[in-house]
Design a protein around this ligand. Structure first.
Ligand code: F6R
Length: 614
């Protein structure tokens, strides 16, 4: 969702802002804009479309200045157009502001400001906020820093903002609540501001993550000062970034998605490294070990997540119930938070989120926390809001995921949840010895097995060629492969815009079977395991209605291969680990179909990487 970049220093701001906005493109957006201060005036450019369209809009116009802000907007209030794009000016044009989030009480504020003579140009809640700040400044005589603080204390909603005053080219103000904001600290009071660290790391590794309800004054002469909305002074905590620049570049691949699919052998290794010792037969998850009583005495586990992370949660449900023998419920965070759920203090809640910023998941956590449950986070982004809101947790260590469609984050989540399930099972005394050791050995072999699966790329591409013009697709799985069917279908629909549904294979006959004809590709995960024979029967049901079968099978399989129009073989592994390798050909398939259909795989239409609004 919306991306924010700000700069204050000796360099030319425009180049830094444009490069930073391009780094944030992956978040998803529909318009872009920049504003710099030059000779006591704003040079402000904005337009609907991509950052490249913005560059064309700026063209040869003077865009010099050592202070500025840039924004990519994902429309919430009002359609994506030039006027609604950020930055927005205050009524008298003295202030300019960019914003990520939603100001929920913008309507009464706007009505009051109109009564006081303000005129608005856009449909946005953001324009209301900058007018409101100006109004407070003019009414109270406060300086900008204080006016922002007072305004935010009256605002309901979520925000990350950057504000500047054209008469003060020495100062940027930045603030956040429920939307991320990072400040990069350079030498000699040089500052960078961004929605995440990706626009900052090539300039400095020293960063401050703003906390909720904190406002930062960044000043060329005074340095950095942070206060809370309730006016308490905070000492900025500067930390060093570990992220590498290569991690956020394409590294020779055509897209981030393809790079991230191919990174999976390494990213899974990074997720499990140091957390299990096959030699000693031990699993070490500090987030479980340090709170062993909560896990041992838990009456049930609730998992809250959205999208692909929810699919990882479904795999975890099967794993935790099988290994740790504890009841598990998996909930869409957006449903959970609004349906008055029964939450008990003896519950353990696992919140899964790649970005760690998903608004619905964050709200579900707060709800469960209020009811006394113990919250465990599984996040990829270090220092993210969800990582900070939970009682304990485990990072997935997949590295930055830039492609909007989640790939390596999913397999990293499942890997961490796998170890979590083993660890909880050990703590509850229901798993030990030979079985534990065998599963750990199997888990350890998964990165190599994924490297094998990646070699099927050409075969998968040939299948994509056959089905790229389909209008519908069905994905079937059973047991551990049912969540994989859901994830395969989600990947196809989100990047190729082909309608696809994932179903438990046996459920097909209760409805979706009506859709089957010779034009319907049915992707079936039919690996050897507990449900193999049952899935074979489901395949027969599709064949009887002339549906096309594309199967994912265990190497050496004969029965399903014979029934299939196309089959992809994957290495043998324990049933419980099949999701990790079976999902890879489905990721590749979606990728190739989308490329063949001319779609932008890294930035699919309408989607945002980090969904910070509910
Ligand atoms: C799909 C996808 C989304 C996210 C969902 C949750 O490829 O990426 O469905 O999984 O928006 O995001 P996180 O995991 O950041 O909470």
């Amino acid at each position: 969702m919306c991306g924010i970049v700000g700069y204050l220093g000796d360099r030319q701001a425009y180049e830094i802002l444009i490069k930073g906005l391009k780094r944030l493109e992956y978040r998803g957006y529909d318009s872009a804009g920049v504003a710099m201060i030059r000779n006591g005036n704003f040079s402000l450019f904005k337009c609907k479309g991509k950052v490249s369209d913005l560059e064309e809009t700026v063209g040869m116009s003077d865009h010099s200045g050592n202070i500025g802000m840039g924004h990519t907007r994902w429309a919430t209030h009002g359609p994506p157009n030039d006027i609604n794009a950020h930055p927005h000016l205050s009524n008298d044009g003295s202030l300019v502001l960019i914003h990520n989030g939603i100001i929920e009480n913008y309507a009464p504020l706007k009505a009051e400001l109109i009564n006081r003579g303000h005129e608005f140009k856009s449909d946005t809640d953001t324009e209301v906020l900058v007018h409101f700040i100006e109004d407070i400044r003019d009414k109270t005589g406060a300086n900008l820093f204080e006016a922002v603080r007072i305004a935010l204390s009256e605002v309901i909603g979520a925000y990350a903002i950057v504000v500047m005053d054209k008469s003060n080219p020495q100062q940027l103000i930045a603030a956040r609540k429920s939307s991320p904001l990072v400040i990069g600290v350079g030498k000699d009071n040089e500052f960078f501001v961004a929605s995440d660290a990706t626009p900052i790391i090539e300039y400095t590794r020293n960063v401050v993550y703003l906390e909720d309800e904190e406002i930062a004054k960044l000043d060329r002469t005074e340095g950095m000062k942070i206060v809370t909305i309730s006016n308490q002074h905070k000492t900025p905590y500067i930390q060093e970034l570990e992220m590498k620049l290569e991690a956020i570049e394409k590294g020779g691949y055509d897209s981030f998605m393809l790079k991230e699919i191919h990174e999976q052998p390494r990213s899974i290794m990074d997720s499990i490294r140091g957390r299990m010792n096959v030699g000693t037969g031990s699993v070490r998850m500090s987030g479980v070990d340090d709170h062993a009583d909560r896990w041992r005495n838990a009456s049930r586990i609730l998992i809250v997540a959205c999208g692909t992370s929810w699919h990882a949660g479904l795999v975890a449900e099967y794993l935790l119930e099988e290994f740790a023998r504890i009841p598990v419920e998996v909930e869409y965070a957006s449903e959970f938070r609004y349906r008055n759920p029964v939450i008990m203090p003896s519950d353990v809640v696992i919140a899964i989120s790649q970005s760690g910023e998903t608004a619905d998941t964050l709200a579900a956590i707060e709800l469960a926390k209020d009811k006394g449950a113990f919250i465990f986070g599984v996040c990829n982004v270090v220092g993210s809001s969800i990582a900070r809101a939970t009682h304990s947790g485990a990072y997935t260590h997949a590295g930055p995921e830039i492609g909007v469609a989640s790939t390596k984050a999913f397999t990293a989540q499942v890997s961490v949840l796998y170890l979590l399930a083993l660890s909880v099972a050990v703590h509850r005394g229901v798993m030990k010895g030979e079985r534990l050791n065998r599963l750990m050995v199997e888990m350890n072999s998964i990165p190599d097995k994924i490297a094998e699966v990646l070699k099927t790329n050409d075969a998968v591409k040939a299948i994509a060629e056959q089905y790229k013009d389909s209008t519908n697709a069905l994905y079937l799985g059973r047991g551990y492969t049912f969540p994989v069917a859901l994830e395969g279908a989600l990947k196809l629909k989100e990047i190729s815009y082909i309608h696809a549904e994932g179903y438990p294979a046996a459920e097909m006959k209760h409805g979706p079977i009506a859709l089957i004809d010779e034009a319907m590709p049915v992707f079936v995960i039919a690996t050897h395991g507990a449900s193999y024979e049952k899935v074979v029967s489901n395949i027969q049901e599709v064949k009887a209605r002339k549906g096309k079968i594309i199967s994912i099978v265990t190497e050496g399989d004969k029965i399903v291969k014979e029934l299939s129009d196309y089959a992809i073989e994957i290495p043998k592994c324990d049933d419980s680990l099949v999701p990790l390798i079976a999902v890879v050909p489905l990721q590749l398939l979606s990728y190739h179909v989308a490329v063949m259909r001319g779609c932008n795989v890294d930035q699919p239409r309408n989607l945002a990487k980090s969904v910070t609004v509910e």
